[in-house]
Design a protein around this ligand. Structure first.
Ligand code: GLV
Ligand code: GLV
Length: 343
């Protein structure tokens, strides 16, 4: 029976199903694992079901042994995995994008936008303290989103779902993307702008790009200087896309009107200065945290493993180039590994 190592217990029933036909080893610890713990429990596994809280380096892949065929990452993002190192080793890497998880992230993006513009968190804390003394003309004045401009950086699946919802709020939606997508523009009723124009025209800027060497600190002192005074910044993608020092300065000076951040530059740490600010809503990386999305993610991560272990190409392969050089099933119970010929 092929050994499958799961680095943490995850929601849904799919792991139980998998355990009927495979040797499933799940970490007993309800916390992120260190690399040596992963090796200790997971060595020899043919598949690893991994979380974004682990760093999968080439070294770790080697320590897991030559049987490892697939890293199935329980996330849409996969910046925690050295994909190049995996490809060089013939290890397949899969992620879990689906309509369920993308819609969940788009909904949460909107939860942040509306909470920020209508001061939901601050006013709830106020009421919880028993401070409410009766209706007042001036308390907790926020800002409409109606008729404002929403700037979406990264019009992929999640960015498009955020845009679609903005139309219901009667907003102007502009986007910046590496590639201009004219069909998508027509369908969604959005306008392409170069990055500087988007920053200069948007009342709310929302980030939906993956973390890469090009997007790290995309939002920094210079890009913030180009933004509208009092604009809001929302991030449900990856923390290091933002230079938090620059954001703190901009919140202090009033250049930024507020931020809604679900992801943080130094996770799990949240920025200590922003934690003190009323107009910074910080949440603990929960944009995909719905029962529906998380169960779907478990199923999808498991399906990829089952497919790969039975020799089939998985659906959400992030390194399709590794398919040609993938490690294939050992033909006997020894740990001998044959390497498929490129075809
Ligand atoms: C969560 O951040 C994910 O990438 O799924
Ligand atoms: C943001 O919505 C603003 O009013 O500037």
């Amino acid at each position: 029976m092929a050994k499958i190592f799961v680095t943490r217990q995850i929601p849904g029933k799919a792991l139980e199903e998998l355990a009927k036909t495979h040797e499933v080893v799940v970490s007993p610890f309800d916390r992120p694992l260190a690399a040596d713990e992963i090796v200790e429990m997971g060595k020899g596994a043919e598949a690893a079901l991994t979380l974004l809280t682990e760093r999968w380096t080439g070294e770790l892949m080697d320590q897991m042994g030559p049987n490892l065929k697939i890293i199935s990452n329980y996330a849409v993002g996969f910046d925690n995995i050295d994909v190049k190192a995996a490809t060089e080793r013939g290890i397949l890497v899969c992620n879990t994008p689906s309509d369920e998880v993308n819609e969940a992230v788009a909904e949460f993006t909107w939860a942040l936008i509306l909470s920020l513009s209508r001061r939901v968190v601050e006013s709830s804390e106020f009421a919880d303290k028993g401070a409410y003394r009766g209706w007042e003309p001036h308390i907790f004045l926020g800002r409409d989103v109606y008729s404002k401009t929403l700037g979406i950086i990264g019009l992929g699946r999640i960015g498009s779902m955020v845009a679609r919802r903005a139309k219901g709020f009667n907003m102007r939606v502009v986007y910046y993307n590496r590639d201009k997508d004219t069909d998508e523009e027509k369908e969604l009723g959005v306008e392409y702008l170069d990055l500087d124009s988007l920053l200069g025209q948007s009342d709310i800027v929302s980030l939906h790009v993956p973390l890469t060497s090009e997007t790290r600190h995309l939002i920094n002192k210079d890009s913030i200087a180009k933004m509208k005074n009092g604009a809001y910044l929302i991030n449900t993608s990856r923390g290091p896309i933002i230079d938090e020092h620059a954001v703190v300065d901009a919140l202090r000076s009033g250049k930024l009107g507020g931020v809604g951040l679900d992801v943080h530059e130094n996770e799990p740490a949240t920025n200590p200065e922003m934690m003190q600010m009323e107009n910074a809503i910080l949440t603990p990386h929960i944009a995909s945290a719905t029962v529906e999305a998380r169960e779907k993610m478990t199923q999808q991560a498991v399906d990829a493993i089952v497919k790969v272990l039975s020799g089939e190409k998985p659906n959400d392969l992030v390194n399709p180039e590794a398919w040609l050089s993938k490690r294939i099933q050992a033909t006997d119970s020894s740990s001998r590994i044959a390497v498929a010929q490129a075809q």
